[in-house]
Design a protein around this ligand. Structure first.
Ligand code: PLI
Length: 455
């Protein structure tokens, strides 16, 4: 069987209900045509994000019951520290409430005004924290990543020439670290090859430039290496992951993805001085270095989730379920980012709605229409998410996408069929979909709270 069955049986259920089209039209209007502003009760199948939306296991729920809520030195912290050491191999870990908590600490510690931070495609919060600390993000991903239909096995790879060019242009002393995302969310959940990680490490080390991973979906990345890279087919996910992380000096982690928890994150590193600085700063924003904005029970759940995330059956099903949805859409000619990524299927809104110019927010319009049509919630990952540059001008990303993000261990293949049918129906009616105009825009990360109206 190509798509393996769910490697779990259901022990608890959370009922979901379909709404009427009238209810959905009223709801999306009230939400300003922004799926982020919909109420969960009005959503049938929620594919907004895989962040914090996964199902925990009975083992993790049991862990919640042994939360050591001591203010300092919680038992659960030491379990988390051991899990990070055992699974990723980093020496030190500072818990944070979620990924951007770690991004805040890392950016404040390592970036000084006028620095440049190269990375394989931008991510919204990551780039913002770099900019807030006076850094400039420079995209060094391979060109192919910006082309939705190229079937490149490791589209997340860093272009070493772009990295070298930046070093030559600004000098290594202006580059505190390169941020390598494994996988690359906005390229469509695209992986980085082990070969490329080794080469990036070699190049960076030559100039004393650190490598920090954004490890948010690192286990999915490990699966692609096992599946696609010579020499890794017979290695365990655990061994591949360990080798991947050995090429990094540290990582920021949003535990809300691959660590299978609803809240949590951390900054991990090998450098004692960085650990000392992170421990000094974490108390300002998150709390003691032994809890970093998390309850003991949440650290326990994350420690257990880290071990569960490298289970071969779990990760194989996770990837295959996403691929199942992607394959359905590809078979029906619906334009999606290829190859299918690890955590989501990305509709290519530029190809889906060629008659809607990017200034009229095609991905935002498509996400709203998909919700009205089917109650399925997705996320805009296009010009709205890209935001504005320092001069206030819109970024125009090549990729104008609607992300159908699959939570881990939550939905079944039948739900994927519902989503596929909705997208295929909509594709057949695509000419009737109009663009939007923006009616409210916040100063930063506008995609979270902007409001729109149909043109
Ligand atoms: C690659 C990457 C992310 O995808 C990420 C958050 N992603 C969200 C919320 C998403 O919906 O993709 C973050 C921020 O993590 P946080 O949402 O603060 O736990 C960092 N890196």
């Amino acid at each position: 069987k190509k798509y393996i069955a769910e490697p779990f049986k259901i022990k608890a259920v959370e009922p979901i209900a379909m709404t009427t089209k009238q209810q959905r039209i009223a709801a999306i209007k009230e939400a300003g045509y922004n799926t982020f502003l919909l109420k969960s009760k009005d959503v049938y199948i929620d594919l907004l994000t895989d962040s914090g939306t996964s199902a925990m296991s009975d083992n993790q729920w049991a862990g919640l019951m042994i939360g050591d809520e001591a203010y300092a030195g919680s038992k659960n912290f030491y379990n988390l520290e051991a899990a990070v050491r055992n699974v990723y191999g980093f020496k030190y870990v500072v818990p944070t409430h979620q990924g951007r908590g770690a991004e805040n600490l890392l950016s404040q510690i390592m970036i000084k005004k006028g620095d440049y931070v190269p990375g394989n495609m931008y991510f919204t919060t990551t780039r913002l924290h770099q900019e807030l600390n006076g850094g400039t993000f420079v995209d060094v991903i391979i060109d192919e990543a910006h082309n939705s239909e190229l079937e490149v096995p490791f589209k997340g790879d860093v272009d070493l020439n772009k990295f070298q060019r930046l070093i030559d242009q600004v000098g290594p002393e202006k580059i505190p670290y390169i941020c390598v995302a494994v996988t690359v969310n906005l390229a469509g959940g695209q992986p980085v090859s082990m070969k490329n990680l080794k080469e990036v490490k070699e190049l960076a080390s030559k100039y004393g430039i650190k490598i920090m991973f954004d490890a948010t979906r690192c286990v999915e990345n490990a699966f692609y290496i096992k599946e696609r890279e010579d020499g890794y087919q017979d290695k365990s996910i655990a061994a591949i992951l360990k080798e991947m992380m050995s090429y990094a000096d540290g990582c920021t982690m949003s535990g809300k993805k691959d660590c299978l928890v609803n809240i949590g994150g951390f900054l991990a590193m090998n450098d004692e001085d960085l650990y000392l600085q992170a421990s000094q700063l974490v108390v300002v924003y998150e709390g003691m270095p032994s809890y970093g904005g998390l309850a003991g029970r949440d650290m326990e759940a994350m420690a257990r989730g880290i071990y569960e995330s490298i289970d071969e059956d779990y990760i194989k099903h996770r990837i295959y379920q996403v691929r199942y949805l992607g394959d359905r859409l590809i078979e029906n000619g619906v334009p999606v980012v290829r190859p299918i990524g690890g955590h989501a299927v990305f509709l290519d809104a530029k190809k889906f709605l060629p008659h809607v110019p990017q200034d009229n927010f095609p991905a935002q319009a498509l996400a709203a229409e998909l919700y009205i049509h089917s109650g399925v919630r997705s996320m805009e990952r296009g010009i709205v998410s890209a935001g504005r540059d320092k001069e206030g001008k819109n970024y125009y990303p090549k990729l104008e996408l609607v992300r159908l993000t699959i939570p881990r261990r939550v939905y079944t293949y039948s739900h994927m069929d519902v989503v596929a049918e909705a997208c295929i129906d909509l594709y057949q009616q695509r000419d009737s979909i109009k663009g939007l105009k923006i009616t409210y825009e916040p100063p930063v990360l506008r995609f979270f709270t902007s409001r729109f109206e149909p043109l």
